[in-house]
Design a protein around this ligand. Structure first.
Ligand code: FES
Length: 153
């Protein structure tokens, strides 16, 4: 792990703290999430306090401490989708899967992420499961979508 982190930091410029976010993005891309050991190595090599890095990770929804599930659900909470009740869908998803946004189910089948836009604002609320997009999702459609993926696990 040490070597991969070193390469990522070197690519981004080891002396520049403003490169922390791109470094974390690359680390997450490499591992699929941000392992604690990798965070500790980034902190050491970039000479940034671990607490500060955790602050950044928790501030940005794009970062995750947990590996993504086999089915990664992204739900849009942008303005347009919000106006179309995406908050209620998010609540239903969290209840149905037994996790909060940013978490992965224990069996690693599902993970849930809130995103600011999925690029189909006129057809909200929108959610995506891996690369499959679902528009104008209502409660009934949500049940059908999740049941379908649960059957595939
Ligand atoms: S605001 Fe939801 S897709 Fe853009």
């Amino acid at each position: 792990m040490d070597n991969e982190i070193k390469q990522i930091i070197n690519r981004n410029g080891i002396t520049s703290r403003d490169k922390l976010i791109p470094v974390l993005q690359e680390v997450q891309e490499y591992f699929g999430f941000l392992p604690k050991q990798a965070i500790a190595e980034v902190a050491k090599k970039m000479e940034i306090p671990v607490a500060k890095i955790h602050g950044i990770i928790t501030f940005y929804n794009q970062f995750s401490y947990e590996p993504k599930g086999e089915y990664h659900i992204r739900i849009c909470r942008g303005t347009s989708c919000h106006m179309n009740q995406s908050g209620i869908l998010l609540e239903s998803l969290e209840n149905k899967l037994g996790i909060r946004a940013g978490q992965t189910t224990r069996d690693h089948n599902f993970s849930l992420e809130i995103v600011p836009c999925l690029g189909a604002c006129g057809q909200g609320p929108v959610l995506a499961v891996n690369d499959e997009y679902y528009t104008e999702v209502n409660q009934k459609a949500l049940e059908t979508i999740i049941d379908m993926y649960q059957k595939m696990t």
